[in-house]
Design a protein around this ligand. Structure first.
Ligand code: GUN
Length: 305
């Protein structure tokens, strides 16, 4: 069997298009423009790229983008004061503090100072609790993107066996909660799981989110299963030659060995071009959801969990 490739690039474009349509309607019918504030502390190059991309796509969807770039040595008090200002700004419906933060800042304290209704990352402890108890939560963007792709592919997920590999707060745990809410039988596998190959072999749905290049081989996959690969790992690619400075060229791979998994799976997301593009699309969807809820309006179905 050769797996169907789930095209995250095309699917994320569709989601962004739907968000833009709803944003245009919000403006026309209610005079409201959703606004997303992104806070970047320091100059981490990868974070700068993400933040630029988030700002660009926010504006393309017709929303307001507010960027706050702070020096790496910004004090916790100054950062908390900015978050307080954004919490109280009616033009700001979503707040995202780009992680990781410099070491002198307490990430939990900072995240939990965001108004949970504006926490478009879904990292606030209240949103974690709301998700676990089935209340209106803001849901972390990457798991939400995975869920949207799974629902789009399967329709109902009810009764399916799902194995999530990885137990991070950002992906593994919320992913498991979302699959449970959609009535899957959910197992979370991790570095201490015994006989992990057998555990994964029982899965109709595999979500790999460990951050280890190509750790899931095709012979762990049940024939016909759906494989969602959240990993984005850069590895050496000597076959591509060397850069001008003599260093070996690199390439991106997922947590699954794509070639062998695609021979067995029914469907699989590639890396790049799978889950990755869905994350920002879901950030825009969450900002729209937060804006609707802040104004007493129903959030659009299909763009929330
Ligand atoms: N850094 C890498 N990914 C993310 C994300 O999804 N949200 C935030 N806030 N920071 C990140």
């Amino acid at each position: 069997m050769t797996a169907e490739i789930i095209d995250g690039k095309a699917f994320s474009a569709k989601v962004r298009g739907e968000v833009a349509t709803h944003v245009a309607r919000l403006k026309e019918e209610h005079g409201i423009t959703p606004g997303l504030a992104v806070v970047l502390v320091g100059e981490d190059p990868a974070s700068q790229v993400y933040v630029r991309s988030k700002g660009k796509q926010t504006v393309e969807a017709g929303m307001n983008s507010f960027e706050h770039k702070l020096d790496a040595d910004t004090s916790e008090a100054d950062l908390l004061a900015l978050i307080d200002q954004l919490n109280n700004d009616p033009a700001v419906h979503g707040i995202l503090v780009q992680l990781p933060l410099p070491g002198h800042l307490d990430e939990d304290l900072v995240i939990n100072s965001i108004n949970p209704d504006k926490d478009v990352d879904g990292f606030h402890i209240s949103n974690v609790g709301r998700l676990a108890t089935g209340q209106n939560a803001m849901v972390p963007c990457t798991p939400l993107g995975c869920l949207m792709m799974l629902r789009d592919h399967h329709g109902s997920l009810s009764g399916m066996n799902a194995v999530v590999i990885g137990r991070s707060n950002i992906v593994g745990k919320p992913m498991a909660q979302l699959l449970l809410r959609d009535s899957c039988t959910v197992t979370i596998a991790h570095s201490r799981t015994k006989d992990i190959a057998d555990v994964v072999r029982g899965a109709d749905i595999v979500v790999a989110a460990v951050g280890r290049a190509e750790m899931v081989p095709g012979d762990w996959i049940k024939p016909g299963a759906t494989v969602i690969d959240v990993g984005i790992n850069r590895i050496d690619a000597p076959e591509k030659g060397t850069n001008e400075d003599g260093s070996v060229k690199t390439r991106l791979v997922g947590d699954c060995d794509f070639a062998s998994c695609a021979e067995v799976a029914g469907a699989i997301t590639p890396v790049p071009g799978g889950v990755g593009p869905m994350t920002i699309a879901c950030l825009l969807a969450n900002t729209l959801t937060a804006c609707c809820r802040a104004n007493g309006l129903e959030a659009p179905q299909g763009l929330t969990a």
